[in-house]
Ligand binder design. Sequence first.
Ligand SMILES: O=C(O)CCC(=O)C(=O)O
Length: 249
Amino acid sequence: MRMITFSILRHFKCNALAYNISRRLKSDAVDIKSDDLKTKGASPDPDYIEVLPSWPEGEISMRIKATSSMRIYPNFVTEEEESSLLSELEPQLKRLRYEYDHWDNAIEGYRETERDSWNEQNAAILKRVRETAFSPHAELLPRAHVLDLAAAGYIKPHIDAVRFCGNTIAGLCLLSSAVMRLVHEARPELQLDALLERRCLYIMRDVSRYEFTHAVLGGEQSVWRGARLPRRRRIALICRERPRPEHCE
Ligand SMILES: O=C(O)CCC(=O)C(=O)O
């Protein structure tokens, strides 16, 4: 197993071990009720989740599991809230260089950090993210992961490692819209795109998290419903649950 340069994102990416664990976890994952997701303010997502034509028409059950295990809340933060978050993040990010040679080639053109202390306004936003995405009993990782993708950056398909985070992942999208593509690991014809608009919050858990790879498209690939979606610099503020104890190293 390759373990080379330090990277926060590395902890959340799959590797051979994580794949194996995630396979074992799948049977648990599909048993979790997808309506555990809070639906406050969330659309059923036909506007933001698009099943791609390669998905067989008769394959309904997996379609329901996949689409109901991902939620997108458009305009979760206002422009003013976005500016407030950026003004706290930018000085920290400016000190870092974009990297183009991620240890496992999972991500190109990124810089990243973690943060656990926020000014009052931003702490309230983070609290709202956590209250929306996680159950009150969830144990969360204390720091939010800040992932800054350059305009030319992109994230290749991967499954997040269960060793480093729990079931639910919540990402607040700042500065640029993007398309996230999910592809079933064992049945690659099962594909869907999610439109992650600037200032939206997305939540992934269960099937979308464990059975599908996810990727953030860049360059020419960044297309939503047949139209180019220009990818600019994008910052994702990602909150995660602690890993389940049985998955800790
Ligand atoms: O940038 C994003 O929103 C996705 C990040 C990602 O792929 C991950 O944290 O596993």
